[in-house]
Design a protein around this ligand. Structure first.
Ligand SMILES: [Zn+2]
Length: 259
């Protein structure tokens, strides 16, 4: 009698252990497939659609905004305020001027870059330490992650050398990206949602990211205008990625300094 009970409880314990291990495996798998949605250059036409989809889907995202666009876009300041009021959205700094799209000149003077970034903090109402992305620079400077922009060639490197440490010391955590949903000159997305999802699947199988199992996806606000079906595309992207077992991460948890 006692023996049978003991055997039963042993079986039960093994069963529990099995369930526990299976749960851990699922947890580890989910943690190994995290996507960080990031949107650059707002506020712009398209920003409104992004915020409303993020709210509906309850998904975290980083919006790296441009100070000049906050001042010049229709309802730019309202969009900044709307984004800042959303708990899952991180409003980041993407400079004041966006280098006026003249990177060669912009990146010839570190102090001018720092001043431009600080100016954007004022306009966007951000207080250090500020999450930021430099215009056109895929660079990481975080307490636990440092990576150079590997797309820059030697000539460019010599002429446009920037002291990223100095920028970081001015109170910025700099984020690059792992993959981009590309757009054309008019802002129209190049890849279809299905194509993008298959590229992401492929990269998670064979690719290498800055941080293992974590993909920072770069997109631009202008891609999500009504004329490009921005709402529907973003909804479809989030739904499909979710359906394939990806988790959406908050950029503030991307690289904890004390893991
Ligand atoms: Zn940009």
């Amino acid at each position: 009698m006692g023996g049978l009970n003991r055997r039963r409880s042993t079986v039960f314990r093994w069963l529990l252990a099995g369930i526990f291990l299976a749960a851990c495996a699922i947890g580890a798998q989910a943690a190994d497939k995290t996507i960080y949605l990031t949107f650059d250059d707002g506020p712009l036409p398209g920003t409104k659609n992004i915020l409303s989809v993020l709210r509906e889907e309850n998904v975290p995202a980083a919006m790296f905004m441009v100070g000049l666009h906050a001042e010049t876009s229709p309802s730019g300041r309202d969009l900044v305020a709307e984004a800042k009021a959303m708990p899952l959205v991180t409003v980041g700094n993407h400079s004041y001027s966006h280098a006026n799209n003249r990177y060669r000149l912009y990146y010839s003077n570190t102090q001018a870059v720092v001043d431009d970034m600080l100016h954007a903090n004022e306009v966007l109402g951000l207080k250090p330490i500020v999450n930021a992305r430099l215009p056109g620079r895929d660079v990481f400077r975080l307490p636990a992650v440092s990576r150079e922009d590997l797309s820059i060639n030697v000539a460019q490197w010599e002429r446009e050398w920037l002291d990223y440490e100095l920028v970081a010391e001015a109170g910025f955590h700099l984020y690059g990206w792992d993959f981009e949903w590309v757009h054309g000159g008019d802002g129209k997305p190049v890849q279809s949602v299905d194509h993008l999802v298959s590229e992401i699947d492929h990269l998670f199988q064979y690719g290498r990211f800055t941080q293992r199992g974590k993909m920072i996806l770069l997109m631009h606000d202008e891609m999500f205008q009504d004329r490009f079906n921005g709402r529907e595309n973003l909804q479809a992207l989030i739904g499909k990625l979710r359906g394939r077992g990806y988790a959406f991460g908050d950029i503030r948890d991307y690289a904890p300094s004390n893991p």
